[in-house]
Design a protein. Structure first.
Length: 444
């Protein structure tokens, strides 16, 4: 496949299916585009009308190893010839093998155990359950700008109100929120570094004003806040959170659902900060598109629930588990951790060049190949440029590049480029982005 647009978008075949979708599919099911996929490979997606897109969205982070990696496809074919599932009546070899691999590659020397489930939100839900059972406490603390899913506990932990939480009350009780270290938009009007970490100090204030630490079971945090706009949390902040958890006997949960599996230039983002979480929630790129997720953590904590108190019918399915094993093998064999570092360096350098030419770009940030730009109407006031962000994304699609929106104010464009992308396609996509920036900048 070669990238290129040959019809209007959406094309006639996609338009025909859109009418069927409008008639039969729930309105709340969201899509980033109006095109229907026909096939995909590596960093390319072809729609039903023959248009081929460069994928800088990476399936919202599920495709670090690219579309349809041959190793995963072969592992799935082999499993299909054996059995699909036993409903956990019989033990499954791939479940145990994947658990062992995950315990081996996650940070920290302590003994670990693993629970396999279906999705990121389910991993978050189970991490909270495990932490509550282990501590015999009920409260949970989450951060502003955090996103943890759309099931009820995960939705409650999520920071953004619209479109995720509005009109779905009542939410889960005993969830408290504290400030994130969103340095570009510091609520204390301070400048990092040398800011005194007032955002961290506010957590101690929360313990006085809202809840006692003796009632807090867990704090959950994304090392790089994904939906919140790829906010890279400073090391002092994350280490400080962990120290507070240790001081009060609170379980530290790292949500590595979007940051995991080589995305940030390490297997897991926590490694950048020297952190060993008590529990880790992971999903997305673990299965290369197959539904598989896990909670990995210190054995004594993961073992707190009794038999059958955690788990799900399809959790840790054989297809998901063999996909996960093949993904880990591919990341290690092809050194995609180093590849993510190189992709991130290329992207940040090019985006900073664009920032010099276009005042619309207020901030360029990221960790490894988890990169974003925040768009503003004015660099002094930092007023969010949400409308312009949507226009740039739409223009990118028309030119054959898929990108994603993020941020509390819908003014961040985030990039989750498959780590198997070629240099040629990486630069081609960045060229399309620059053309789209130029077009929108001149039209506003």
């Amino acid at each position: 496949m070669k990238p290129g647009i040959i019809t209007e978008l959406p094309g006639p075949k996609s338009k025909e299916l859109l009418a069927l979708k409008e008639r039969y599919v729930a309105r709340g099911y969201g899509n980033a585009s109006a095109m229907f996929a026909a096939r995909a490979e590596g960093a390319l997606v072809q729609d039903l009308d023959g248009n081929v897109f460069l994928d800088f969205a990476g399936g919202l982070g599920i495709l670090n190893t690219g579309h349809c990696p041959s190793e995963v496809v072969q592992a799935l074919k082999n499993q299909l010839d054996q059995y699909l599932h036993t409903g956990h009546i019989f033990l499954m070899e791939s479940y145990v093998q994947l658990a062992a691999r995950l315990a081996e590659i996650t940070p920290g020397p302590c003994a670990k155990k693993v629970l396999m489930i279906n999705s990121g939100a389910e991993a978050v839900e189970n991490a909270v359950k495990i932490a509550r059972k282990y501590t015999q406490r009920t409260g949970v603390i989450a951060l502003e700008c955090g996103f943890h899913g759309r099931t009820y506990m995960a939705m409650t932990l999520t920071s953004k109100v619209k479109p995720y939480k509005a009109a779905f009350s009542p939410l889960c009780p005993e969830v408290y929120r504290t400030y994130s270290a969103y340095c570009y938009r510091c609520p204390f009007k301070a400048t990092y570094p040398g800011c005194g970490m007032h955002c961290l100090e506010s957590l101690e204030r929360l313990f006085v004003a809202e809840c006692t630490p003796e009632n807090i079971a867990a704090i959950i945090v994304e090392p790089v806040q994904g939906e919140g706009g790829f906010v890279v949390l400073p090391q002092e902040f994350l280490v400080g959170l962990k120290q507070i958890c240790e001081r009060y006997g609170i379980v530290f949960i790292a949500d590595e659902i979007q940051t995991g599996f080589a995305r940030t230039g390490r297997m897991f983002a926590c490694e950048h900060f020297g952190l060993e979480p008590d529990l880790m929630a992971m999903a997305k790129s673990l299965g290369a598109g197959l539904p598989i997720a896990a909670v990995v953590g210190k054995a004594e904590i993961v073992d707190a629930p009794e038999k059958s108190e955690v788990g799900s019918t399809f959790g840790g399915s054989p297809l998901g588990c063999v996909a996960g094993l093949a993904v880990i093998d591919k990341i290690q064999k092809e050194d995609l951790v180093t590849r993510a570092q190189k992709i991130g360096a290329v992207m940040q350098a090019r985006l900073r060049e664009m920032q010099e030419r276009y005042s619309l770009i207020g901030d360029v940030r990221g960790l490894g190949a988890m990169v974003a730009i925040e768009l503003v109407k004015d660099r002094q006031t930092r007023e969010p440029a949400a409308e312009e962000t949507s226009q740039i994304i739409s223009t990118c699609y028309q030119k054959g590049l898929t990108v994603l929106k993020a941020g509390l104010y819908d003014n961040v464009i985030r990039f989750l480029v498959p780590l198997v992308i070629s240099e040629e396609d990486l630069n081609r996509g960045l060229n399309i982005l620059e053309e789209s920036l130029d077009f929108v900048t001149k039209s506003v």
